[in-house]
Design a protein around this ligand. Structure first.
Ligand SMILES: [Fe+2]
Ligand SMILES: [Fe+2]
Length: 379
């Protein structure tokens, strides 16, 4: 049982998506420790209703592609473990350590991570248990010096570039091909239609190129402002991409989709129809059931008193995205970086000013939103 004396490495992470940084860390750990096993353990990701995160099987397929892209394909000591994902809940690191400790009772156990995680280690659940059973194995990221973090660890030789998974996902939601992902990973994403690729393909078939470009532009701003609006990234992307999904349907088609009770009142401003028709189409064709995404599509033009954070985000991003060339759009964008709520109010103001200046009919929901925002100011 010579194997029992060889190290066993656990490498946990969301791997959503796996990028070159992950592969570099795994390669360095293999070189330095020559372990009996290196377990990659993708964590369970909390689902957001139907817009669920990338399932384990897809992340495992991406991981395999990332490993073979880094020249690690076919290495028998590398295993992808479904331990955390299979429990279908958030799993604490100490539980994962306990699992592999039981599996390899005699082996020196290592827990591999980037140095950015080390800084928060003392805040993890049962750090004492983790350190008693496993040694931390840390790949140093630029700007991090040994000695910080409050726990002893083994450092991997080399420096490992920062790779921000949130930023990578934002690029993927917009259909871009970030260079920090290996070509093989991008191929898996394309084949399995991950990161809303299915939705984008359907949209491209429904919208004119100009409208599709507009949808991407709205999604880009919504993704940038999602943290400020307090909205999960994936929901922001889905709602923003789909907000105009019914915009290029003929009016008759929009009328068929919009609720009958609204169709009559919207004759005064037929352009508003596509918002209600869009919510219905998102449900029917794109399989959206999340009420917050449907609300965001429905209210993206008029707004409404009491609209939720996701609806506010899409409303603002529709008015102020980079593709808008009126001067207020840039000002709202700038303001949103500093104060999202103030920017949202400004978006409502600008829309109403343009509507009144145009002399047309203004939907009561838009006026209602304005009034509700003033009431909040007074209270
Ligand atoms: Fe629209
Ligand atoms: Fe729009």
């Amino acid at each position: 049982m010579a194997q029992e004396n060889k190290p066993v490495i656990i490498y946990g992470g969301s791997f959503d998506p796996p990028h070159r940084g992950h592969a570099a860390l795994a390669a360095a750990a293999l070189r330095q420790l020559r372990p009996a096993a290196l377990y990659l353990v993708p964590g369970f990701r909390t689902p957001f209703k139907d817009y669920r995160p990338v399932p384990f099987a897809d992340r495992a397929a991406m991981l395999k592609a990332a490993l073979s892209g880094a020249g690690l394909g076919g290495r028998s000591e590398i295993k992808i473990s479904s331990f955390e994902a299979g429990l279908r809940r958030v799993v604490y690191t100490w539980e994962t350590v306990a699992h592999f400790r039981a599996l390899h009772p005699g082996a020196p156990l290592y827990f591999l991570m980037g140095s950015d995680c080390l800084a928060g280690f003392s805040g993890w659940r049962r750090p004492g248990y983790i350190l008693k059973n496993a040694r931390l194995l840390v790949g140093l990221r630029p700007g991090f010096s040994i000695g910080r973090g409050g726990a002893t660890f083994t450092a991997l030789a080399g420096r490992f570039p920062e790779a921000d998974s949130t930023a990578l996902r934002a690029e993927l939601f917009l259909g871009r091909r970030p260079a920090r992902l290996q070509p093989g990973v991008l191929e898996v994403i394309g084949k399995r239609k991950l990161y809303l690729a299915r939705e984008r393909a359907l949209l491209q078939g429904e919208l004119t190129p100009r409208r599709y470009a507009h949808s991407l532009s709205v999604a880009a701003l919504a993704l940038r402002l999602a943290p400020a609006a307090g909205v999960p990234q994936q929901k922001a992307a889905a709602a923003a991409l789909l907000h105009d999904c019914a915009r290029d349907l003929p009016t008759a088609g929009q009328l068929r989709l919009a609720p009958k009770r609204l169709a009559a009142s919207l004759r005064s401003a037929p352009v508003l129809l596509h918002a209600w028709a869009g919510a219905a189409l998102a449900k029917k064709k794109y399989g959206v059931t999340d009420p917050e995404i449907l609300e965001a599509i429905e209210l993206h033009i008029t707004g409404a008193p009491g609209m939720g954070p996701l609806a506010r985000l899409v409303y603002l991003a529709d008015v102020a995205n980079e593709g808008r060339n009126f001067p207020e759009a840039g000002l709202i964008r700038k303001l949103a970086n500093a104060d999202f709520q103030a920017a949202f109010k400004a978006a409502n103001y600008v829309k109403l000013v343009y509507a009144f200046a145009g002399g047309g009919w203004v939907h009561p929901l838009s006026v209602g939103l304005w009034n509700s925002l003033q009431e909040k100011k007074l209270s």
